[in-house]
Design a protein around this ligand. Structure first.
Ligand code: M6R
Length: 381
């Protein structure tokens, strides 16, 4: 059921805080404050920890991996790009991310010391399944991050973790994406902790922050009406650019995919610094540019990119961190998300992009849950 929402997609966007709590239950243990302990609440939690039985039971294999290769399609591939950054940072293992369709036909070099991570919501994507078979035939260990319990991919993988965000009905993937990011974060933290490649301080800080992400998502969802209003301005657009850097670069790709698939507006996602290597030629007063520009490491760089767009008459929408006073002076529209740690920012910044695509599509009178030419599970190549 749509639970009172007009479309499954909107319901699934709003489901995210709850389903992420489900995804983290029994896996993420965040130390409660001394005050809560004194009052007797949650006094069974003594320390911050991430517990994944798939890691515990395959510790040697995972810890001795020389390389991880992530294979996926579409939105799941975007999650993989963030997964690469998480695993490289916290586990100090090189990670490659491949489209399953490219991987399977390229005759890729795969060693028995590799771990291949297959990410899929449906667990039935034909190319991802074929990539798994290939990896297994070369002796690699295959780790699944899958939503659909008992699906073909879940059965084919050697081990893995379920996303546990409940069935996703809308063709545009939303809660599965944030669930995949959460699972990848848990995996990187758990493995990094086992390997000793993450400091205790960083481990604690990430766990504490991940535990409050669902609350912060609830705050972002309160922007729904404001985003609905903003969306009305953009139904005219035939092209859109989505730009981000670092952790938010895959979010830009994901936001552009959402707009393409349900609003039928051509949108390109790009790493913001690449703009001047080509796409900037497209910018004029009919070309809206969306920047994902939270207040993290490359903030000043992205502000410069924004100024370049502004100088060419581009219309700017910016996803910013609450309290930012600089970007509102440049951008035409700003959407504020709560402050969080950079690696967790995508969990918050993607939500306004999901809502924007949704409202633009609704405004245009389109079939949001079943866009033309698309199927929920791509079981053919
Ligand atoms: O079920 P999967 O995660 O394997 O599906 C992969 C893609 O087909 C899927 O993410 C697709 O890109 C979505 N429609 C995006 O919203």
């Amino acid at each position: 059921s749509k639970g009172g929402f007009p479309h499954f997609m909107l319901k699934e966007i709003f489901d995210q805080p709850k389903v992420l709590r489900d995804c983290m239950r029994g896996r993420l243990f965040a130390k409660t404050s001394d005050e809560e302990k004194r009052s007797g609440r949650n006094n069974d939690v003594n320390d911050n920890d991430v517990v994944l039985s798939a890691v515990k039971n395959n510790k040697d294999r995972l810890m001795s991996a020389k390389r991880f290769i992530i294979v996926a399609c579409g939105t799941s591939w975007h999650a993989g790009l963030i997964g690469k950054q998480l695993i490289e940072r916290y586990c100090q293992i090189p990670v490659e991310v491949d489209y399953a369709s490219e991987f399977r036909y390229r005759d890729p070099i795969i060693y028995p010391t590799d771990v291949v991570i297959a990410i899929s919501q449906s667990g039935e994507t034909a190319d991802t399944l074929a990539a798994i078979e290939l990896a297994k035939s070369k002796g690699a260990c295959v780790f699944g991050i899958v939503n659909a319990v008992g699906s073909s991919i879940a059965r084919q993988t050697d081990t893995g973790i379920y996303i546990h965000v409940g069935p996703e009905i809308g063709v545009a993937s939303t809660k599965a994406f944030t669930g995949q990011l959460t699972c990848l974060t848990l995996l990187a933290l758990c493995l990094g902790h086992c390997k000793g490649t993450i400091s205790k301080d960083e481990y604690d800080e990430m766990i504490q922050e991940l535990a409050v992400i669902p609350d912060k998502m609830e705050q972002v969802l309160k922007l729904n009406d404001a985003i609905k209003t903003i969306s009305r301005t953009y139904t005219y657009a035939t092209n859109f650019l989505y730009l981000g850097r670092g952790w938010n670069y895959p979010v830009a790709l994901e936001g552009a995919l959402k707009l393409k698939e349900i609003s039928y507006i051509h949108a390109e996602g790009y790493p913001a610094a690449e703009m001047k290597h080509g796409p900037i030629a497209l910018v004029d007063d009919r070309m809206p540019v969306l920047f994902v520009a939270t207040h993290h490491k490359q903030y000043q760089k992205i502000v410069s990119n924004m100024e370049e767009v502004k100088a060419r008459g581009g219309h700017i929408i910016a996803i910013i961190t609450e309290g930012d006073t600089e970007i509102p002076k440049i951008a035409n529209e700003c959407i504020e998300v709560p402050q969080t740690l950079a690696p967790l920012a995508p969990l918050l910044t993607v939500i306004p992009l999901q809502l924007l695509a949704y409202h633009v599509a609704v405004c245009k009178g389109l079939n949001v849950d079943q866009p033309r030419n698309l199927a929920k599970s791509v079981t053919v190549e």
